[in-house]
Design a protein around this ligand. Structure first.
Ligand code: MN
Length: 210
């Protein structure tokens, strides 16, 4: 059933992240889990005002979840946005943080390794399903964690990157070893260029207002 929201293409080939994340995991995660959120969202918003909104706006408008239907829309819209953001948070290009992002990581965490440790800790200690995030608020970086479909974005906070810590993200490759999955992904696949782009996005309105 066609709808306003689409399954965006992955930014790399399905086997590009192997062996850190196998093609089998990406295939299930993208074609089954992510796609199911898109299809369910399209059914739920059909004939509602949400059908004409950009995805980010749907997430924010339903974050308060006034009734069961709104909560369902939030869960599915949130998961579509989170997965789009997660895929782009991963890369195989291996570039380290540079420029302003590197400066902020030094200032706010004392270095990339310390930031990675905090992200791993956030991912490990998120009880049940959820997400670990690097965010910026007024240029200050912070590590956050959210349960289920929630995100800092839904509360208006600028996100730089995220790691999916739902079991479906790692179970085929790491079984129950979430800490090992986090160590491997954080050590090998983080897209710091994407994080830098997102950091730049936050400073735009600040400059415009000055
Ligand atoms: Mn997922």
């Amino acid at each position: 059933m066609p709808g306003p929201f689409t399954l965006k293409p992955l930014p790399w080939a399905e086997d590009a992240l192997a062996p850190t994340i196998s093609a089998r995991t990406i295939s299930f995660h993208y074609h089954k889990h992510h796609n199911a959120y898109v299809e369910t969202l399209n059914k739920l918003v059909s004939g509602t005002r949400y059908a004409d909104m950009p995805l980010e706006q749907v997430v924010r408008a339903t974050a308060a979840g006034k009734d069961a239907k709104e909560k369902q829309i939030f869960n599915n819209a949130g998961q579509v946005w989170n997965h789009d953001f997660f895929w782009r948070s991963l890369t195989t290009n291996g570039a380290a943080p540079s420029g302003k992002l590197q400066d902020r990581i030094e200032r706010d965490f004392g270095g990339t390794q310390k930031l990675l440790e905090q992200l791993a800790e956030a991912g490990k200690t998120q009880f049940g399903s959820g997400w670990a995030w690097l965010c910026s608020q007024g240029g200050k970086l912070s590590v956050e964690k959210t349960p289920n479909a929630e995100s800092p974005m839904s509360k208006g906070i600028n996100c730089l990157l995220t790691i999916d810590v739902w079991e479906h993200a790692y179970y085929l490759d790491y079984q129950n070893a979430r800490p090992k999955y986090l160590e491997e992904v954080l050590g090998k696949l983080i897209n710091w260029e994407f994080a830098a782009e997102n950091l730049g996005r936050e400073s735009e309105p600040v400059r415009a207002a000055a």
